[in-house]
Design a protein around this ligand. Structure first.
Ligand code: B12
Ligand code: SF4
Length: 567
């Protein structure tokens, strides 16, 4: 391996022909890995945007649902994965404020400071590099994550290494470790500080799913897809756990460590790898594992399984792209997605649909019908995103070559929840936002709060499988029903009343479901809504007032050290 001077150079995560600088201290180097600083849900000079909070649901899924919006935070899993797979003394600093970050790099000496960022947070990375050069000038700055795909990034920030693609192998190589060592999966609790209807849910050990990351990238290579492009594009992806056996071992370990039986599988197209999934199912059956799984999958991948297989695998939440039937994406081929989503829900599988607003064929005349089509799927959750050429993707290259990119758009605004960053053939920039906002509103108006929809899907699954001959399946639905029926019943009680003035039709639907829940629940869960329901109604109304006053939520700052020795 050739040692290079300290000039900035983009590094690929694979390929031995590339010249590569190794850190002189090797595994003795002290490493800090940090996410970008907050607060996030506000407009500021560094690129925070109130419309772009550090929340999954409230950012891009339930943002129009007011106090019924699901609020929660997710850790920065990329840097957690890197930390778990290096033997150097390492600190992960997640969601720091600027002051936290300054304090950490001043109080401790770090040989290497790695910053993880996506494209929208370029302004923050620029500022953090500036802070490092001033407060810790001897540190080597390494930048990783999707930000590395910005063309000309080397000249925009002051960093020593910019890492494109997979970072564990890169960091291991940089520290002189064996990059072929099997991946160690850190124990990750999938979400934190969950909040809905104005209350924060208690965080009991084992109550929140564990995140499992089997791979990064997706071989389908849809032209707009940044995760696929970043890890190699069409036909490529990076597997951390190749086989069902490896995956089973990791999940069993997390089951022990975190006391969980539910898993959030962070793999862009988990079901595409059928052999791995079916082997996992075989092992789950052998080990009598009644696990619950939340997965991402494309429609054509889902179609490779029978409903029975999905239910036996424990799939209880499925995120799928619906796009438009006229867009011609191969992942949808041969699928009537409306039938598919209905069938999934009838089997107790919560569906999160994802639709793109502003595809090339959209016009002001047809887009309303396309949104109505998307909303008619009546999925439990629905994500809407603007069609967005993001640096690094084939779409970006194409739109750029066609001279249609808008040059004056700040990267902080290129996140798909604001306005187009390119010239669309038929829809103006301002209208792109109007249509996007309308899609969220229409989904909420027609289908009601997602909390109502997920309770409906759970009940459908329970009714269908409460007497299933497979004890693992029976146990899974019984567990969820036992844990949630009283809570859902209470939430439905409050929702029904809250919607009476807003939309009587939705309120009546909620009442019907509440009554069905009552019939299926034990005495405690039947009784709970009369006590908890009024409390939830009160907290919901209080939350509505808070939100109207501009209340926002921020993730907590978290600091974790491994292999640590004080300097
Ligand atoms: C969890 C997640 C979030 C969490 C954020 C968690 C956090 N702490 O940052 C939430 C839900 C809040 C979120 C929000 C947003 N997200 Co997001 N998110 C994801 C998601 C689903 C998983 C990320 C993940 O952990 N992947 C698994 C890990 C292992 O992969 P990784 O992070 O890429 O890390 C690897 C490499 O990138 C690299 N690496 C990463 N960091 C570093 C650091 C160093 C030093 C090195 C060397 C290497 C390195 O090594 C890692 C291991 O291989 C991805 C999709 C995906 N499948 O990745 C989208 C994704 C990252 N998000 C994206 C977007 C657009 C957003 C939003 C703008 C959403 C929006 N408006 O719709 C907001 C931005 C919020 C904000 N203010 O910053 C895009 C990024 C696009 C881009 N090109 O920049 C992605 C790729 C989704 C997509 N396909 O569009 N997101
Ligand atoms: S199927 Fe989904 S994850 Fe895969 S490339 Fe297409 S959009 Fe990306």
């Amino acid at each position: 391996m050739e040692i290079q001077s300290s000039s900035v150079h983009a590094s690929q995560s694979s390929g031995s022909s590339i010249t590569f600088e190794k850190h002189p201290k090797g595994t003795q180097a002290r490493v800090l890995l940090s996410s970008v600083f907050g607060p996030y849900a506000q407009d500021d000079e560094f690129g925070s945007r109130s419309i772009n909070p550090m929340e999954l649901y409230h950012n891009q899924v339930t943002r129009a649902q007011g106090s019924f919006s699901l609020r929660m935070f997710h850790r920065s899993w990329g840097i957690m994965m890197i930390q778990a797979n290096i033997s150097a003394p390492c600190t992960v600093l997640d969601f720091p404020t600027r002051d936290d970050f300054a304090r950490e790099i001043t109080r401790n000496h770090y040989d290497v400071i790695g910053l993880s960022s996506i494209i929208v947070n370029l302004g923050k990375v620029r500022e953090m590099c500036r802070m490092i050069r001033r407060l810790s000038p001897a540190s080597t700055i390494v930048i990783g994550g999707h930000i590395a795909a910005i063309p000309g990034i080397e000249a925009m920030i002051e960093a020593d290494h910019i890492v494109k693609g997979e970072g564990i192998a890169w960091m291991r190589r940089y520290l002189g470790e064996d990059e072929g060592t099997p991946i160690r999966h850190p124990a990750i609790v999938s979400g934190m500080r969950t909040r809905i209807m104005g209350i924060r849910l208690p965080e009991r050990k084992g109550a929140t799913a564990a995140t499992i990351i089997p791979s990064v990238g997706c071989p389908m290579g849809c032209n707009f897809c940044t995760t696929s492009a970043f890890f190699g594009g069409k036909g490529k992806f990076v597997n951390f756990f190749e086989t069902g056996d490896e995956l089973f071992a990791v999940m069993s370990q997390m089951e022990d460590e975190l006391k969980v039986n539910s898993f959030f599988i962070m793999d862009e197209n988990f079901l595409l790898h059928r052999e791995r999934a079916m082997r996992l199912l075989e092992l789950m059956k052998q080990g009598h594992k009644s696990w619950t799984m939340s997965v991402f999958a494309s429609a054509n991948a889902i179609r490779k399984y029978t409903m029975q297989e999905l239910v036996e695998l424990g799939v209880s939440w499925l995120w799928m792209g619906l796009e438009s039937p006229r867009a011609g994406y191969s992942k949808l081929q041969g699928s009537d997605t409306r039938d598919l989503t209905r069938e999934l829900r009838e089997h107790g599988i919560r569906v999160q649909g994802s639709s793109i607003i502003g595809l090339e064929h959209h016009t002001p005349d047809n887009i309303v019908a396309e949104i109505e089509h998307a909303v008619s799927h009546d999925t439990d959750f629905h994500q809407f995103m603007l069609y967005t050429p993001v640096p690094g993707t084939p779409l970006y290259q194409q739109i750029s070559q066609e001279g249609r990119l808008l040059n004056n758009v700040d990267y902080a605004d290129v996140h798909g929840q604001f306005k187009f960053n390119f010239k669309h053939a038929a829809i103006s920039r301002d209208d792109s936002k109007r249509f996007l906002d309308w899609a969220f509103w229409r989904d909420f108006q027609l289908n009601g709060p997602s909390l109502y929809r997920i309770s409906r899907t759970l009940l459908a699954g329970w009714k269908r499988y409460k007497d299933s001959p497979d004890p693992r399946v029976r146990e899974r639905f019984a567990r969820e029903m036992h844990r949630l029926s009283g809570i859902y019943g209470s939430a439905l009680w409050a929702m029904e009343r809250q919607f009476r003035k807003v939309d009587l039709r939705v309120s009546n639907q909620i009442r019907e479901l509440r009554q069905e829940f009552k019939q299926e629940s034990g005495w405690l869960s039947r009784w709970l809504p009369s006590v908890l329901g009024p409390i939830l109604l009160w907290t919901t109304r209080r939350e509505e007032k808070r939100l109207a006053r501009g209340k926002t939520y921020e993730p907590p700052t978290i600091l974790e050290r491994t292999n640590w020795v004080e300097a």
